[in-house]
Design a binder for this molecule. Structure first.
Ligand SMILES: C[S@@+](CC[C@H](N)C(=O)[O-])C[C@H]1O[C@@H](n2cnc3c(N)ncnc32)[C@H](O)[C@@H]1O
Length: 244
């Protein structure tokens, strides 16, 4: 590939770049990868994908820029507010009917805004102290930001720290965190994956939930056949794991 455009990098080039960037590029939507690669080639005035891979290995700044472009760390507190309305008014109170605290995983948590939004809601419901919340992301930089908790007040951060755990984890290449969860949020992550990688991810998320537990996907994401993963539709972009 020599000019910005939508050409797909060849398999060998893609494999080289995947290794240099530390991202399983073959599992991401190829149109997305091609657009990111084209921008990187133009930005660094590089003529080939193999050259870009070499540059990534040599220069951490080039690697970081390419990773950021592919991973798309866009997020925000209460992003897509109608989803949090649904969580706060229906989903969390229903889950809390049978337990005093919840086990929650934000898979692809970026800077932690998504999980801190859940923290604020559990706090309001008086259920933060007995809960266990895990945020994971492929980007170590985002995980570090999440750990710093800059998106909430110092008081909330201090209160939440004992029940929060942040970790770097690749949803494509690593297992789920240990334990089973009442609620998994995986929003605006699978949208960048190719269909086979999406399916593998949804199966992994289903296995991480206890029966009766709930998966929330992003506002642009849905399961076409929820029963394929042992889910029943429970609301917009919301799926309840059915008992085996
Ligand atoms: C668009 S953000 C979504 C953040 C948050 N879930 C939200 O909706 O506000 C996508 C996040 O998924 C993470 N991500 C992408 N691929 C991943 C992977 N293979 N494993 C773990 N996290 C990944 C990115 O680093 C990024 O922080």
């Amino acid at each position: 590939m020599t000019a910005p455009g939508a050409d797909l990098p060849g398999q060998a080039d893609l494999a080289r770049l995947a290794q240099a960037s530390g991202i399983a590029l073959e599992s991401y939507r190829q149109a997305h990868v091609s657009a990111c690669v084209a921008r990187a080639l133009a930005r660094h005035e590089t003529a080939s994908v193999a050259g870009l891979a070499r540059l990534c290995r040599r220069d951490p700044a080039v690697r970081a820029t390419l990773r950021r472009s592919i991973l798309v760390p866009v997020t925000g507190l209460f992003r897509d507010p109608e989803q949090f309305e649904l969580l706060g008014e229906r989903v969390l109170p229903a889950l809390l009917r049978t337990r005093s605290g919840l086990s929650v995983w934000s898979a692809g948590c970026s800077d932690g805004s998504e999980l801190y939004s859940v923290v604020l809601m559990l706090r309001r419901l008086g259920a933060l102290e007995g809960s266990r919340l895990i945020g994971s992301d492929l980007s170590g930089g985002r995980v570090e930001l999440a750990r710093q908790g800059a998106v909430v007040s110092e008081a909330v951060r201090r209160e939440a720290t004992p029940v929060l755990h942040w970790e770097r984890r690749d949803l494509l290449r690593e297992p789920s965190p240990p334990g089973t969860f009442d609620l998994v949020l995986c929003r605006n992550v699978a949208i960048y994956f190719e269909p086979p990688a999406q399916e593998a991810l949804y199966a992994k998320l289903a296995a991480a939930l206890r029966p009766g537990g709930v998966l929330l996907l992003g506002a642009c994401e849905q399961l076409l056949a929820p029963d394929q993963f042992g889910f029943a539709a429970a609301g917009p972009h919301l799926y309840r794991k059915v008992a085996a």
